[in-house]
Design a protein around this ligand. Structure first.
Ligand code: ZN
Length: 109
């Protein structure tokens, strides 16, 4: 795995941590209202907001190799889109190293 792929994986892990905090802060809100999370794509300059309910966010977090992104922000050589809605997309990491980083940095494991 080259350093770019590693950087992508680490950037995604960082934004996942930020989103975990956003969820904590919004946990007191009504269950079906949407909160602004941040795109977890591999681009360090991306701060696109993505709107999800807490239940939708929980669904993404259930698998440590799944990440939440804005449409079109997938990095095709390390992940593929597995789910799309009108507001956001979910990608799954593939490949040994990218997947390993995703799992090891999971704040819930
Ligand atoms: Zn993005």
């Amino acid at each position: 795995m080259d350093s770019r792929q590693q950087r992508v994986a680490k950037n995604e892990a960082l934004f996942r941590r930020v989103n975990e905090r956003i969820e904590e802060i919004n946990e007191t809100l009504a269950g079906d209202s949407e909160s602004d999370f941040l795109c977890e794509c591999g681009n360090d300059d991306c701060t696109s907001p993505v709107s999800l309910t807490l239940a939708e966010y929980e669904e993404v977090r259930r698998d440590p190799t799944h990440f939440l992104i804005a449409h079109g922000h997938e990095v095709v050589d390390v992940e593929r889109v597995i789910r799309e809605t009108d507001r956001y997309a979910v990608v799954k990491k593939f490949g040994g190293e990218a997947k390993r980083i995703a799992v090891e940095t999971d704040p819930r494991s």
